[in-house]
Structures are given as structure tokens and as C-alpha cells.
Design a protein around this ligand. Structure first.
Ligand SMILES: [Zn+2]
Length: 487
């Protein structure tokens, strides 16, 4: 490790597209910081303060925030810059409640509104992290939005920052290089703001994978009609220029490089030297925070950020559902697209029952994978028949389909509207990182109007109608499906 990297071993430091060495996860999902490093010291301080102030091993929100307050004392005392010096270098000051922003960029509505957007983001951070807004009323971040790096260096504003690619934050300071996209400039500000906020309220951002998951998830935003929404699913590439996380995940998945939750939990700092680490961290943050089954556990774990076994604690809270979580993840990462309709694609993983007589069920075209309630057995033939017409689109005209689909448009190499099935084993994963049974969703069976299906695994049978996962909203009608075990 170089001297430079060692100097970054400070909790409260985060870089974007930069070697951001905050700790590594060992096999036990424990954040290990080298002895003598500031981060190591912080975890030691946290342990001591917990003892001295009787803060429990499973802290309440009040205890977690109290500990954050104790940890940040004497740490965040950065002063604002000398106005005369700034003027000499053509740097102006924009100011809001929680942000002082120095910039050499020309006045423009998109730049000058950034402090106001930051203040709105702080309101959203507070909601997300269970923090009373008054707790951050006097919190001030000192930021630099940089057009010409030389001016900032001459004005002394880069003194505390190492070389970085796009954005960087330490304590209550952040630096942003200007971006060609108004969206991505705001994204970086909100992303670095999450790091600064977590450092302020909790004393730490936690291990790298989690720190970047939160910053990327909350940083992905919509700014429309004076309203700021964080943690969105972008509706199109045009809505989030330069962001590109969805395409990265699609490409990785198509090439067989899909990451599983367990591998993301073990991401080492070097993964964040390229956008790939941010993309997978974003996906993990989005999936765990938006999924109604895991959201509460994922949000509550913030109280335990100062523990070295933070990730292990999160994993243990999710362990009872680990196989289902991973099965759902396979479908999420496989189908992910701009405008992905997450609520409509959530899967019910209740185990099916063996067929004793033919079963008739309804498959809805506006949903993702639907549980048939049927347990199919490996090597046994099942006759599947589908009847009915449904609507696939209402724009520019109504498109009707039957279970064989329409051959004028394709998704995933198959006609839109085609009835698909997958048999997913109900076996639990035997280790946290093994390929989950949900990989069966990657290669579904073509059913159509009539098929005899002979599954290669014993498991629950799922159905879905082939469509783009961002075009489910306008689907109407239903398909009647009859499943019969053949003699
Ligand atoms: Zn970051």
C-alpha cells in the first residue's frame, strides 16, 4: 500500500471513482482497519464511548445518534474561506442553510440553485435516517464546485483534498468537479452530501460497499417542478445523463458477471476505482431499501454503523430470507431497465403443493413472475393450456395478444405476450454465496397456448407474460391457465 493510500484510511473520507480505502471485509463480513489508522481509532473510540455512556450492543436510534455526536466532537471545525482571496481567483460563494458552495462557474439557474437543492436533500436524508431536522439545523457543509482546478488550488481550497476524479468528501467538506450534465452535477452533490451527513450524524458511513450503496441510492434523484425526490428508479437514460448504472448491470449480467448480494457485501475498496462498484452498490441499495420485505431491516441497521461487524449484523438479520432474497435478486438484475416497475415485479415465494387434480389459475399481464401455488416434480410431464386475450399496450394503439404472443415485437428474444414458465427449486441455499435457485428465471420455458412441460427440477411453478418490465402499467386483461399432471 502506498503512503498516499494510507493517508486515506480515515473514516469520514469518501471518494468517487477514486481509490477510496476505508476498510476491507474479511470472510466474516467484518470491517477490518489497519491498526494505527484513524478508522481503526474511530472504531476503538466508538467501543470505549459505548462503554462509558452505557450505550447498548443493539443501540436505539437515540443511542446511535448520541454516539455519533460524541464521535464528531472536535472533528468538524473547518472554517469558511477568505472572501478577498476567493474574489482574486474569480470564485464566488453560493449559500444555503446547510451548504456554502464555492464555485468559479458562471451564474446560471442550474448552478445557482444547488444550495437550495442541497437543503431539500438534507430534509430527505433526515427522513431516511430517522434524524430530527433540528439535529442538523446548524450543520454546515463547505463545498467546492470546480471548473478550473488551478483557481481552487491557488485559493487554498484544495489543501485537504487528495487527487480525485469526480467528487470527494471528508468531514464536513466536499469537492465536485463540474459535469457536462446538470443531472450528474446534482447527483454528485447529493451523493457526497450523503457521506457528509452520515459522518456527521453517525460518526461514520460504515464499510465501503454500504457507504456507496447509500450515497448512490439516495443520490439517484428527480428534480422536477421545485420538488426533489431521492432514491428513484430512473425512467430513461435521458433523465439521468452520465449516470449509466443500469446499463452497467445489464451488461455485466449478460456477460455472466452478475454480482450476488453476498459478493457485494464483500466488495473491497479497489472495486470503487471504476463505476462498476458504484453500479452494483446502487442496485443492492435500491433492492434492499425498496423491497417491502427487507426495507425495515435494511433501514434499522443504520443504528449499528459503528460496529466492526456491521455487515455481518445486516446479513444475520436477512439470513432467514436469504434464499428468497437471492431468488428475487436474480429476476431483478436480469430484468432491470430504465423505468423498471419494482412493485409489479415482486415475487411471492410461497412453496407450491403437489398437483392431485388439474388446476385453473389466472395469470395477469401487468405483473412479473406469479406463483402458481403448484409444486412440479423433476422429470414428470405437465400439460399446460392457456386461454384468453389480453392487452399489451394502449399507445399508440391497443395491442391485443393471446398466450402465443405477438410476433411484431420481441423482448429478451421472445415474442411480446408469450406465456412463460419457470420451475424454481424450493431448496434453501447451502452457502450465502452459491448460485441461487432463482437462476431458473434467467432461462424460462416457452409455454404459449399449449405445451407439455417436463421440468428438470422439483420446485414451485411460476408464470409470467413476456413484456418489457418498464411497460407493464398499460397491460390489461388476464389469461386463464390450466395445469394438469400427465399420467
Ligand atoms: Zn461516494
Amino acid at each position: 500500500m502506498t503512503r498516499f493510500k494510507k493517508s486515506l484510511l480515515v473514516l469520514g473520507v469518501s471518494g468517487c471513482l477514486l481509490t477510496c480505502v476505508c476498510g476491507v471485509l474479511s470472510q466474516e463480513r467484518r470491517t477490518v482497519y489497519p491498526p494505527g489508522s484513524a478508522a481503526h481509532g474511530l472504531l476503538g473510540d466508538a467501543q470505549r464511548l459505548r462503554r462509558e455512556h452505557n450505550i447498548s450492543n443493539s443501540p436505539t436510534w437515540e443511542e446511535a445518534l448520541r454516539l455519533g455526536e460524541l464521535l464528531r466532537r472536535n472533528r468538524f471545525n473547518h472554517q469558511t474561506a477568505d472572501q478577498e482571496l476567493l474574489q482574486t481567483h474569480g470564485i464566488r460563494t453560493l449559500e444555503g442553510t446547510n451548504l456554502v458552495l464555492y464555485t468559479d462557474l458562471k451564474p446560471s439557474p442550474e448552478v445557482d440553485i444547488l444550495p437550495q437543492i442541497f437543503d431539500l436533500a438534507v430534509v430527505e436524508y433526515c427522513k431516511h435516517f430517522h434524524v430530527e431536522p433540528r439535529a442538523v439545523a446548524s450543520w454546515k457543509v463547505i463545498g467546492s464546485l470546480i471548473g478550473d482546478t488551478a483557481k481552487f488550488r491557488q485559493a487554498g481550497l484544495l489543501r485537504d483534498a487528495p487527487p480525485f476524479s469526480n467528487g470527494y468528501s471528508i468531514g464536513n467538506r466536499l469537492w465536485l468537479k463540474d459535469q457536462k450534465s446538470d443531472y450528474y452535477r446534482r447527483h454528485l452533490l447529493i451523493h457526497e452530501g450523503v457521506h457528509a451527513f452520515m459522518n456527521y450524524v453517525f460518526g461514520t458511513c460504515g464499510p465501503p460497499w454500504y457507504m456507496e450503496a447509500m450515497a448512490e441510492y439516495l443520490g439517484t434523484h428527480r428534480w422536477q417542478d421545485g420538488k426533489l425526490t431521492l432514491g428513484i428508479m430512473p425512467q430513461s437514460a435521458e433523465e439521468t445523463p452520465l449516470w449509466g448504472r443500469i446499463n452497467l448491470i445489464r451488461d455485466d449480467t449478460a456477460r455472466g458477471n452478475r454480482e450476488l448480494p453476498d459478493s457485494i457485501f464483500r466488495f473491497e475498496p479497489a472495486v470503487y476505482e471504476t463505476p462498476r462498484g458504484y453500479a452494483w452498490s446502487w442496485a443492492a441499495g435500491y433492492y434492499l431499501d425498496q423491497h417491502p420485505r427487507y426495507q425495515e431491516r435494511f433501514r434499522q441497521i443504520n443504528r449499528q454503523l459503528t460496529f466492526p461487524d456491521f455487515t455481518q449484523r445486516l446479513w444475520e438479520s436477512l439470513e432467514p430470507d436469504w434464499t428468497e432474497l437471492n431468488n428475487g435478486w436474480m429476476d431483478f438484475t436480469r430484468q432491470l431497465a430504465y423505468g423498471y416497475d419494482f412493485p409489479q415485479t415482486l415475487i411471492d415465494f410461497t412453496q407450491g403443493r403437489s398437483l392431485t387434480e388439474p388446476v385453473t389459475l389466472i395469470v395477469r399481464p401487468e405483473r412479473g413472475w406469479q406463483n402458481s401455488g403448484i409444486l412440479v416434480e423433476e422429470g414428470k410431464p405437465y400439460e399446460i393450456t392457456a386461454e384468453g386475450r389480453f392487452q399489451l399496450a394502449d399507445q399508440p394503439k391497443i395491442w391485443d395478444s393471446e398466450a402465443d404472443g405477438v410476433t411484431v415485437r420481441y423482448h429478451d428474444g421472445r415474442p411480446l405476450g408469450l406465456l412463460l414458465a419457470a420451475a424454481v427449486s424450493d431448496k434453501k441455499m447451502s452457502s450465502p454465496g452459491e448460485t441461487p435457485p432463482g437462476t431458473a428465471f434467467d432461462t424460462p420455458f416457452r409455454i404459449g397456448r399449449h405445451t407439455v412441460l417436463t421440468p428438470s427440477v422439483t420446485g414451485t411453478l411460476y408464470f409470467r407474460i413476456n413484456d418489457f418490465p418498464n411497460e407493464l402499467q398499460d397491460n390489461r386483461g388476464e389469461l386463464k391457465v390450466i395445469v394438469r399432471a400427465m399420467p
